[in-house]
Write a protein that binds this ligand. Structure first.
Ligand code: PXG
Length: 453
């Protein structure tokens, strides 16, 4: 039996393998709940590159779950590590108390990250990682006697999770407008999506490096002495895959350096091999002062996030009396044993199978297949790719933005392919174990669906 056929049939997969009796109580995240209940899409099992739904249909995973299952699903080594750890020690407190695994994991992560990102703070999600990094940035300036540096700069269309810090520096109007004023002292640079000039670019878009000068403008407006940090996704995922023009991130780094501002890369999506290097910072050759991660850290198996902190930032917190707590921040589950066990096993799988650089090997094949979709529909207005990320942007239907995108999601699922949609943009980000035949299947199914919308 091949790996793809080994997914248990419905009813044989244990709890959760069949449709629930009632769907009233679970308020689903970022979902049109009433529409969903009328026409549910229920996943019940997963292995390798495939899900199986409650009706037993096989679904090719075009999105690594939600950009997280980079090692593929149900990898035995990871599954066994989690089970073993649950039986050995389910939980350990890490406030003024320790256990070995988070130390081991932080050391392994440090080896993977660029220097000088030598220290790791553990969280449970990307949102927590972002809020942690923003707090560290503000506290760092205060620890150095520049407590007036509290302002934060984000970017339009950015997604930095859903905490109050994350939505404040984030730039997606729907994620912000419902929830009050957010953090004070936040401003936003312009985003770099420019379909007019860059449509159907292969890889990074040629135009737009000058948009980095927006940071210079905001720095002058607010005065450098008030700004703590700038946070950007090296590649925006949630907004529909927005790529940096060549030289753009380097320019942000230079401006931050000139004015003593910390640069934070939110690598929740780009981390752990998505763009062909362990982190986008390495692929782009620009090293931030902090880096937020989650998702691929455990290949999505157990919730976990982390913030990488540079030596220089960390050092400023280590100056007080030895007996004083150096950072008044942390989570009950920071460094949770099950998450650490999952992450360590995930890193082993990544290393053994070369998954953190595999996207580089497949990038051209991926781009060829993706850009060939252009002829599938006259409504396609842009196609974007980088590493093992792809996006197809459709023109919105008159008076019904998002309808075409939703139809693609729905029909692709019925056809046996999992995609993500943001408005009318379809995003793809397969597990990094993807093979060429899966890529062929993905684009063939997507092409058929695109032709009908
Ligand atoms: N930062 C970035 C860059 C993200 O992409 C978060 C922070 C928040 O992570 P948590 O673990 O708190 O959700 C994210 C999350 C999508 C999609 O469809 C993307 C995310 C989450 C759900 C859906 O693009 N990214």
């Amino acid at each position: 039996m091949s790996r793809d056929d080994a997914i248990p049939a419905p009813g044989q997969a244990g709890p959760g393998s069949t449709a629930p009796a009632s769907m009233d109580a679970f308020w689903m995240p970022f979902t049109a709940n009433r529409q969903f209940r009328r026409s549910p899409r229920l996943l019940a099992a997963a292995e390798g590159m495939y899900y199986r739904d409650v009706e037993g249909r096989q679904i090719l995973d075009g999105t690594a779950g939600l950009w997280c299952c980079n090692a593929g699903h149900a990898r035995p080594r990871i599954v066994e590590a989690i089970a073993r750890q649950a039986a050995t020690m389910d939980f350990a407190p890490h406030f003024q108390m320790g256990s070995p695994l988070p130390f081991e994991l932080a050391g392994r992560l440090k080896e993977l990250a660029p220097r000088p990102l030598d220290h790791v703070f553990f969280t449970n999600s990307g949102s927590e990682s972002v809020d942690t990094a923003l707090k560290i940035a503000i506290a760092w300036h205060r620890a150095r006697g520049e407590g007036q540096r509290t302002k934060l700069i984000g970017r339009e269309k950015a997604y930095h999770g859903v905490g109050f810090g994350g939505i404040s520096v984030g730039g997606l109007p729907n994620n912000r407008k419902w929830f009050g004023p957010g953090l004070p002292g936040v401003d936003h640079m312009r985003h770099t999506l420019d379909i007019g000039r860059n449509a159907f670019s292969r890889g990074l878009p040629a135009h737009g490096v000058e948009l980095a000068e927006d940071l210079e403008r905001l720095v002058q407006l607010h005065d450098p002495s008030t700004i703590a940090a700038v946070i950007v996704e090296p590649i925006s995922g949630s907004a529909g895959v927005i790529l940096p023009p060549p030289g753009y991130l380097k320019r942000l780094r230079e401006i931050c350096d000139r004015y003593g501002i910390l640069l934070i890369f939110d690598e929740v999506i780009t981390g752990f091999g998505r763009v062909g290097a362990p982190f986008a910072a390495q692929r782009f050759g620009v090293i931030p002062d902090m880096m937020t991660v989650a998702k691929g850290l455990t290949s999505g198996c157990v919730p976990m996030g982390a913030v990488f902190v540079s030596d220089r930032v960390h050092e400023a917190f280590m100056q007080g009396p030895e007996g004083a707590i150096d950072l008044f921040h942390g989570y009950t589950y920071s460094g949770h044993p099950l998450a650490c066990a999952a992450a360590l096993a995930t890193l082993d799988v990544y290393a053994e199978e070369g998954l953190l650089t595999r996207a580089l090997e497949l990038e051209d094949y991926w781009a060829d297949g993706l850009h060939a979709l252009r002829s599938a529909s006259p409504h396609i207005i842009d196609i974007r790719n980088y590493g093992l990320i792809g996006a197809v942007e459709l023109a919105p239907r008159e008076g019904a933005p998002g309808a075409r995108g939703y139809q693609v999601l729905e029909q692709a699922f019925r056809r046996g392919l999992l995609v993500r949609t943001t408005g009318d943009t379809i995003a793809l980000s397969p597990p990094l174990i993807v093979e060429r035949r899966h890529i062929d299947d993905m684009f063939s199914m997507l092409g058929e669906v695109l032709a009908t919308v």
